[in-house]
Design a protein around this ligand. Structure first.
Ligand code: IVH
Length: 669
C-alpha cells in the first residue's frame, strides 16, 4: 500500500470505527461484535504506525489513551462557568417561577433536566473537531485535561451533520455505578484504598497523568449546554436535541431525562418523579435543574454575580436515618489493611436494613469525633455500604468515652503500623496473621488469578484451620485422603478440587504473577511485567530502576515488589510453586517457519483438526498475522463449520480466498 492509499484507508477505517463507537456508547446499540470492533481498531493502529504522516490527534486510536500529562495547563474560559442557585424546597421553586414570570413577558416554557453528580466539563470544537476539554476550576479558568477526556467513548472526537463552525459544549462527566463498583472491587483486591463515592472517583480519575488508566475506568458523559456565536437555534431544548444529531450523548426525552413543561405543575411533577425513580438510575444524580427554554427570555432575565436567573437547581435530600452505634469492630484484609466498621442497631434505609457502616480509617473516626453509645446519622450514597455522616450531639452523655482506634491487630495482636502518606493502618504480620494468610490464598485461587475449580473461601478457611495449608503453595501438597474426610467434602468434591489444582498448572505466567498477590500489582500491571521481564528470575533480580522502566510501573509498585520479595517467606512460596510445576515463564511463540510472512488471516467458525486458539498460534508461529475482521487487506480466511453468512458474503465480495483447515494445514507443512 502506498501512502496515498494508506491515507484513504485510514480515513475509511476511522469513520467506520467512529460510527460503531457512537452506536455503542451513545445509542447503546451494536451492529458488530467486540472482536470485529477490536479488529478494525488494530488495523487502524497498524496503518498509523506504518504511515505516521497521517497521524491525527482525533483518531479513534487515541481513545485507548497512553498520552501522559505531567501538568495540566491552565485555560481561561471564554464563557465563565457559573454555578446554579440551589434550593431544597418546592416553595422556593414556586418563588423562583414567580420571579421569572415577573421578569419576562409572554408565554414561558421550562426545560427540566437531571442534575448529574459528576464533574463539569467544557469542550471546544472547531470545524467538527475536538479541540480541548477544560475543567470548571474556579469558574473563570480551569485545567486542560484533553488527553484524559478523549478516552471517554461517549464524547465524539469528530462531529457529524450540521454543526456550528466553532462552539463550546458543556456537560457532566460521571462514573456509571456499575463501573465505580467494579473499580472499588479491583482496588480492594490489590490492596488500594477505596474511593468514597462515584463523584470523587470521577474527579480523581480525570486528574490522572496516565490517560490509559483513565480509558480503562469507563467514565461516561452527558452534554447539556452549547455556547457559541451563531447556533441557529432559539431555545435550549432545541439546541440539546441538535447536539444529539452532531454525535453527542445528550439527555433523551423518551427516558424522561429531559422534559419541556409550561407550568409549575409540570416542574413539580418532574421533581417528584425523579425523587423516587433516581434509585433505579445506573448513575447518580443529586437533584434536577430547571431552565427557562427560550434564549431571548434567558437574556432578559440575565445573571446575578454567581449564577443565571433563568435556571435553578432543586437538590434532593439524601435519605438519612439515625441509629445507635453499638460497637466499632475492625476487619483485617488480605493486605493487612485495617478497616473500622460501625455496628448499628438495625434500621431501614433506602429499601434495605442497615446493620453496619464503613468508617474507612482512623481519620474518619477522628473527624466524626465518635463516642461510645453515640446516636449517629446514616446515609446511603452510590456506595453499597452506607456511611455515617454525623452524630446527634444532643443525645451524647457527658460521661461517654471517645472511641480510640486500636493499636494492635484484632486477629494476631501485632502492633499496627501506618505508612507515610497513607490513611490506612496495617497489620505488618503478613506471614503470620490468619485473615491475611487466608485472604491471600483466596486471591490466589480467584477467577482472574489461578481460577481453581472446586475451591472456595470456606474450604480455604477450613483447610487452614485444620493445619493442612499455610500458604498458597501448600495447596499443591494436598492429597485425596486429607481432604475427602473434611466436613461438607466427600470424595467427588475432593477429586474436583485436585483436578482444579492440576488444571491450574496451565495458567500462564502473567496470571500466576497476579495470583502471588503482591500489593499494588493488579491484573494489568502483572501483564506488563510478564511481558517485559519474561520470567520470575528476572523479576526476583530486578532493581528499582529496572522496575520503574516498565510501562505502568511507578514508584509505589516498584517499592512494593521489592518489599514483597525481600521477605524470605514469599521467595520460598515462589520456589515451591515452581517446583510444583506452575508457569513462571512467559510462553513465547516459537517460530516454526516464515511461510506466512506478511499475510493476514481471519479465523472464523468451528474446527475439528485444531482449536481456534491453536490455529491462531500456528498462523503466528509461521510468520502470519491474525486480524479480527475481514477487510480488503485480509489475505486469507480460514473457515470452519458455521462461519457466519455475513462474513462469508464479505469475503466473497472482496475476492478473499477461503481456506478449509486442511488446506491451511497443507499451506504450512
Ligand atoms: S447547567 C450556568 N445543567 O451543576 C450554570 N448544570 O451548580 C450552567 N450540573 O457546574 C449549569 N447537571 O457541574 C447544568 N443538567 C445540568 C447539570 C448541571 C449537573 C452541575 C454542573 C454545574 C453545577 C452547577
Amino acid at each position: 500500500m502506498n501512502t496515498v492509499e494508506a491515507k484513504s484507508r485510514i480515513e475509511e477505517l476511522s469513520e467506520l470505527i467512529n460510527y460503531h463507537n457512537h452506536l455503542y456508547y451513545v445509542e447503546s446499540r451494536t451492529e458488530i461484535s467486540d472482536e470485529e470492533f477490536d479488529g478494525l481498531l488494530r488495523a487502524l493502529q497498524e496503518l498509523e504506525n506504518q504511515f505516521p504522516e497521517w497521524a491525527d490527534a482525533n483518531s479513534p486510536t487515541k481513545r485507548v489513551g497512553g498520552d501522559i500529562t505531567k501538568k495540566f495547563p491552565t485555560v481561561v474560559h471564554e464563557y465563565p462557568m457559573l454555578s446554579l442557585s440551589n434550593t431544597y424546597s418546592t416553595e422556593e421553586i414556586i418563588d423562583w417561577e414567580n420571579r421569572v414570570k415577573k421578569g419576562v413577558g409572554g408565554p414561558l416554557n421550562y426545560v427540566c433536566e437531571l442534575k448529574y453528580d459528576g464533574v463539569a466539563i467544557g469542550i471546544r470544537y472547531e470545524n467538527g473537531e475536538f479541540v480541548r476539554a477544560v475543567t470548571r476550576g474556579d469558574g473563570m479558568q480551569g485545567e486542560d485535561i484533553s488527553a484524559n477526556v478523549k478516552t471517554i467513548r461517549a464524547i465524539p472526537l469528530k462531529l457529524r451533520g450540521d454543526y456550528p463552525a466553532v462552539f463550546e459544549i458543556r456537560g457532566e462527566i460521571f462514573f456509571p455505578l456499575a463501573n465505580f463498583q467494579r473499580l472499588n472491587k479491583e482496588r480492594e483486591e490489590t490492596g488500594e484504598s477505596l474511593f468514597a463515592n462515584p463523584r470523587n472517583s470521577a474527579s480523581g480519575t480525570l486528574k490522572l497523568q496516565d490517560s490509559s488508566v483513565v480509558a480503562s475506568r469507563g467514565l461516561d458523559c452527558f452534554l447539556y449546554g452549547v455556547y457559541g456565536e451563531d447556533l441557529g437555534t432559539i431555545g435550549h431544548l432545541e439546541t440539546v436535541n441538535k447536539a444529539a444529531q452532531w454525535g453527542f450523548k445528550t439527555p433523551k426525552e423518551v427516558l424522561n431525562y429531559i422534559r419541556k413543561v409550561s407550568s409549575i405543575e409540570g416542574i413539580v411533577d418532574f421533581i417528584q418523579y425523579w425523587d423516587k425513580a433516581r434509585a433505579d438510575l445506573p448513575f447518580e444524580i443529586d437533584g434536577v435543574v430547571i431552565k427557562v427554554d427560550d434564549y431571548q427570555q434567558q437574556k432578559q432575565l440575565g445573571f446575578t454575580a454567581k449564577s443565571p436567573r433563568w435556571a435553578i437547581a432543586y437538590k434532593f435530600k439524601a435519605e438519612r436515618v439515625s441509629s445507635l452505634l453499638e460497637e466499632v469492630t475492625y476487619q483485617v484484609g488480605r493486605t493487612g489493611a485495617i478497616t473500622p466498621v460501625a455496628n448499628l442497631t438495625p434500621i431501614a434505609l433506602g429499601g434495605t436494613i442497615v446493620k453496619r457502616a464503613s468508617l474507612h480509617n482512623s481519620d474518619q473516626i477522628e473527624k466524626l469525633d465518635l463516642h461510645e453509645g453515640d446516636i449517629v446519622y446514616v446515609e446511603k450514597g452510590g456506595e453499597i455500604i452506607p456511611k455515617i455522616v454525623g452524630v446527634d450531639l444532643s443525645q451524647r452523655k457527658a460521661t461517654a468515652n471517645k472511641i480510640e482506634f486500636i493499636e494492635n491487630c484484632p486477629e494476631c495482636n501485632s502492633p499496627l503500623v501506618r505508612y507515610d502518606g497513607e490513611a490506612q493502618h496495617y497489620c505488618p504480620n503478613d506471614t503470620g496473621c490468619p485473615p491475611q494468610i487466608t485472604g491471600r490464598i483466596d486471591h490466589f485461587i480467584s477467577r482472574k488469578a489461578m481460577n481453581i475449580d472446586g475451591l472456595g473461601t470456606e474450604t480455604v478457611t477450613q483447610l487452614f484451620k485444620e493445619g493442612l495449608i499455610h500458604n498458597s503453595a501448600d495447596l499443591y501438597d494436598l492429597t485425596l485422603e486429607q481432604i475427602e474426610g473434611l466436613e461438607r467434602m466427600g470424595t467427588k468434591s475432593a477429586e474436583n478440587l485436585l483436578n482444579g489444582l492440576k488444571a491450574s498448572l496451565e495458567v500462564p505466567f502473567e496470571r500466576v504473577l497476579f495470583a502471588l498477590g503482591i500489593r499494588h500489582v493488579g491484573e494489568t500491571v502483572a501483564k506488563k511485567i510478564a511481558k517485559s521481564l519474561k520470567n520470575i528470575d528476572n523479576l526476583l533480580l530486578a532493581t528499582y530502576d529496572d522496575l520503574i522502566a516498565i510501562d505502568e510501573v511507578g514508584d509505589k509498585i516498584a517499592l512494593s515488589i521489592i518489599r514483597h520479595f525481600r521477605d524470605e517467606t514469599n521467595v520460598r512460596i515462589v520456589d515451591k510453586l515452581r517446583s510444583k510445576g506452575l508457569r513462571f515463564e512467559l510462553e513465547e511463540i516459537a517460530q516454526d517457519s516464515n511461510k506466512l510472512e506478511g499475510k493476514s488471516f481471519v479465523v472464523s467458525g468451528v474446527f475439528t483438526l485444531f482449536s481456534r486458539d491453536e490455529l491462531k498460534k500456528l498462523i503466528e508461529s509461521n510468520g502470519g498475522k491474525n486480524v479480527g475482521s475481514i477487510s480488503a487487506k485480509t489475505d486469507f480466511v480460514v473457515a470452519g463449520e458455521n462461519m457466519g453468512p455475513a462474513k462469508l458474503d464479505k469475503a466473497n465480495k472482496l475476492n478473499i480466498p477461503i481456506l478449509s483447515e486442511q488446506e491451511f494445514n497443507a499451506m504450512i507443512s
